[in-house]
Ligand binder design. Structure first.
Ligand code: IMP
Length: 428
């Protein structure tokens, strides 16, 4: 059972990239299973900081097979940009396999994302405006273009793109009052991009099965988190893909029998970008302290959109839920260092709804908007944690905080991170 899955246990931005990067060193395959360039992780290459949005962080390891899975929606333009950036830094060391089943994000998807959001007014989801929702809509409607289409003879691909643009122009112009796209120009540009990307296109499920037969360690890398899952998240304030373990296996066509570890990655506190319920949100001083000023890569500002993230105390009701729906075998707690300096830290252990106390999470957004958190207060710690590498060396109250999480979830915390650098990681 050589497969380890990395799954976001909150609303995304849990620090999955760092945990993936850490585990990628001992994996021969790293496969991203959903989402597109709405996600982002920061990779440090020497003195350069690179923001990757689609290519898994395994790319920095020579020979590592980096799979962009069939459950993804891939933006050809930004994918080529990422490849070029990595090449220019000498950091394109692994191999890329783009699943032929992955869908393509086209310029009209991005325009529609913006136009639909603008029309929602107060009911806005706060999407990343990367065209994610409209691309998944086309997938479900069976009208999408897939990476396999980029391997067709160029004239055929060009004709498909032209037709797709013409069809979407009707919607853009007549429903959303937008300027239509130049179908020929888009088709010409994307035929050029397709020629560059076609050599990467292949069968992800088969490649992973072959690697597993040859004894490879396989790491599955999720984007966003379970609370943003299309089915299990806080609908409609969710992304359009399946962010759970189930989603990963479906996306890549891997048997559940291969899975050994499912690591739920969670921050030591809670954040969210965009709209939607967030019971433990702290709008005042606590929230600002957790967020930081934005001067550091570690601060709580979106990797993709640079939007300030909403911040709050850790919500263990939601962690117990994400652990259940995504079958976590263990937890990785990131950014424990950010909690240093609080006299007392709070952890939400239940919700109050009127007279009732709820011990279980509900994915019903309307209800979640009304609950108030029931907190347990724990003593804080003052010491900075960035230099600590062993669990035993953490301040007693920080250890007690981790043990509290373990008891409340029934899961071991196997990884703790205390800073952005790779070595600022404590393994247990
Ligand atoms: P979309 O995925 O761009 O459609 O955005 C839908 C929701 O998911 C919005 O609330 C976004 O802020 C959120 N979202 C999408 N990607 C990320 C991410 O990588 N981190 C955190 N939130 C995300």
């Amino acid at each position: 059972m050589p497969v380890t899955a990395i799954v976001g246990a909150q609303w995304g931005d849990e620090g999955k990239g760092k945990v993936t990067d850490y585990l990628a060193a001992s994996s021969q395959v790293v496969a991203r299973y959903q989402g597109g360039d709405n996600a982002g992780h920061t990779v440090v290459c020497g003195d350069k900081v690179l923001r990757l949005h689609q290519i898994p962080s395994g790319i920095l390891y020579p020979g590592c097979l980096c799979v962009l899975g069939g459950g993804m929606v891939v933006n050809p333009r930004s994918l080529i940009q990422e490849i070029e950036e990595l090449r220019s830094l000498g950091a394109f060391r692994g191999k890329v396999l783009l699943s032929g089943r992955a869908h393509l994000i086209m310029p009209y998807h991005i325009m529609l994302d913006g136009a639909v959001e603008a029309k929602r007014g107060d009911a806005m989801i706060g999407t990343t405006r990367r065209g994610i929702g409209p691309a998944y809509q086309d997938r479900a409607a069976r009208t999408g273009l897939r990476a396999y289409d980029m391997t067709l003879p160029p004239e055929q691909f060009r004709a498909r793109v032209e037709q797709a643009v013409r069809e979407k122009n009707v919607l853009l112009e007549r429903v959303y009052g937008q300027q239509p796209l130049d179908a020929e120009a888009v088709a010409a540009e994307y035929t050029g991009l397709a020629a560059q990307l076609a050599p990467f296109v292949g069968d992800d499920s088969l490649a992973i099965a072959e690697a597993l037969s040859a004894g490879a360690q396989v790491l599955l890398e999720g984007a966003q988190g379970v609370l943003l899952d299309i089915d299990h998240g806080t609908y409609p304030f969710v992304t359009s893909s399946s962010t759970t373990l189930g989603g990963a296996l479906g996306s890549l066509g891997i048997s559940y029998k291969e899975v050994q570890r499912v690591i739920g990655v969670m921050k030591a506190y809670q954040t969210r970008v965009g709209a939607g319920p967030f019971p433990t949100e702290q709008k005042g001083e606590v929230g600002e302290r957790l967020r930081g000023t934005g001067q550091n890569i570690w601060d709580e500002f979106g990797t993709t959109t640079r939007r300030p993230r909403r911040c709050g105390w850790l919500d263990l009701v939601s962690i117990r839920y994400t652990a259940r729906v995504s079958a976590f075998t263990e937890l990785a707690v990131t950014k424990l260092d950010v909690l240093s300096g609080f006299e007392r830290v709070r952890v939400c252990i239940a919700y109050r709804l009127g007279e009732k106390e709820l011990r279980s999470f509900t994915p019903q957004s309307d209800v979640l908007q009304q609950v108030s958190p029931v907190y347990e207060e724990l003593p804080g710690w003052q010491e900075p944690l960035g230099g600590i590498r062993r669990f035993e060396d953490l301040p007693g109250n920080a250890r007690a905080y981790i043990r509290f999480i373990e008891e409340a979830t029934g899961l071991p915390v196997s990884i703790i991170t205390v800073g952005p650098e790779r070595e600022q990681t404590i393994l247990r």
